[in-house]
Design a protein around this ligand. Sequence first.
Ligand SMILES: Cc1cc2nc3c(=O)[nH]c(=O)nc-3n(C[C@H](O)[C@H](O)[C@H](O)COP(=O)(O)OP(=O)(O)OC[C@H]3O[C@@H](n4cnc5c(N)ncnc54)[C@H](O)[C@@H]3O)c2cc1C
Length: 500
Amino acid sequence: MSEQKKVIVVGAGWAGLGATYHLAKQGYDVTLLEASPYPGGLVAGWKTPEGKSIEGGIHGFWYPYSNIFSLVKELNLNPFTPFTRSSQYSPAGLEVESPIFQEEPKLPTPLGTFIYTKFKRLPLIDRLSALPLLYSLIDFDNSDEAWRRYDKVTARELFKQFGVSARLYKDAFEPMLLVGLFAPGEQCSAAATLGMLYYFILAHQPDFDVVWCRGTVGEMIFKPWVEKIETLGGKVLTNKRVTDILLDETGKANGVICGEEIFEGDAVILGVSVSGIKKIVEHSKVLNNYAEFGNLSNLGGIDVLATRLWFDKKVNIPLPSNACFGFDETTGWTFFDLNTLHDEYAAETGSVIEVDFYHANQLLGMTDEQVVQKVHKDLTTCLPELGDAQVIDHSIIRVRQGVTHFAPGSYQYLLPATSAIPNLYLSGDWIITRHGSWSQEKAYVTGLEAANLVIKQLQQGNAATIIPIEPDEPHIQVAREINRNLRQSLNEFLPDFWLS
Ligand SMILES: Cc1cc2nc3c(=O)[nH]c(=O)nc-3n(C[C@H](O)[C@H](O)[C@H](O)COP(=O)(O)OP(=O)(O)OC[C@H]3O[C@@H](n4cnc5c(N)ncnc54)[C@H](O)[C@@H]3O)c2cc1C
């Protein structure tokens, strides 16, 4: 019998766990090294000393997350709520209510999104100003060429160029950017904006439908998943911070350094965030010799603040998930009714509300007391009944530089799954993939893609099946084909007018 191949995976988020699970299933001797005390990465959850569940932000699972839904089925888990409706608030009150789109009569995209979304204040004329933008959604096909064409433009410029009204931008597109890409329009790449909007909202009518875990994702998905990995022989080791990669004399990776320890392997997969890999590169004797790794210092992360408040009385919260905008200039936030979403809080006598802030730079320096006051005040604007409720407990988690910043011009520095080191692979929600997914689903898919590259190289086991995103609807396919042909013909006769 041939010797079992060894693989080291670094980082236990969706990406690292995805790679580890598949490789363990294929009979590899796989060790996953995680710097923090819990697996799950940005989605990790844990309990307070009093035994209350908390996590670094609530995470939704959108309709197109086919690979995650298939994993959960394979693991025989039942972690999710039914699909939920959501709404949006501004300081003026309720702005938007979304239905469950899959329950409405199906219309060719994007008609359903435009017709079924209930805007309370935004005039029709402003909504119609989005129409010219449809051209850019057709033109942006997630190819390398399209990313290069749109990446150096800011989302704000893109919306301006296509004639989106100031009010539609402020009241609809910017809020979507703040919760989807975690940054205001002037700080988002237009390529990332188009990719994210198409995937989460516009490709198919039901895409914006979302489910939530009925507890922390850590408890409901990662815990049983890690147990399954361990029964397959995989090792998941926490409190193990990797500081460097080891190379043999031929330039191949043969292990990683983790404090005083060395873990050897036939291949290495990194599943760490942008800020995680930047820290490794900064101190690495090896990776700094490669321009692609040195260039990662051009990338950045975004600050988020996750808060959970326990109130002394229960108030009526019309819908369980809500996004808010217009309270702070460059910060978006969401709030969730955990009595409705989480089994653990269903029987509480008071409301338990999670409030997460994105692009929360200016909030991270506040004391816990100041944060609680702000959250209570902002929430009361949306839910006036909370005005005379008391906060009886709270949890505040500050995640500095935690989420990937898809800044204008960042694409040139993002990395694909393969690297200059022939058996060192990369995965995570910031890695370039043509799959088309985003966030947790993308992280998981890139983990599987990295595992498949290892399998191809080490010739042991079978590749993971990765479910592609649902194809474009027929009219979008036709429009894209016409646009591609037109673009090609024009390129033959005209100089390139688009400054990319
Ligand atoms: C507040 C908030 C809300 C969000 N909401 C949603 C949502 O609703 N839906 C959605 O799909 N996505 C959401 N996201 C995004 C989602 O969390 C990420 O896209 C996803 O979790 C990224 O997974 P990952 O595996 O790529 O990276 P990570 O989760 O960042 O995992 C990387 C892991 O690597 C570890 N690590 C780093 N350096 C080292 C080292 N040197 N050695 C060992 N380990 C190391 C880290 O500790 C971490 O555990 C949200 C994020 C936040 C912060």
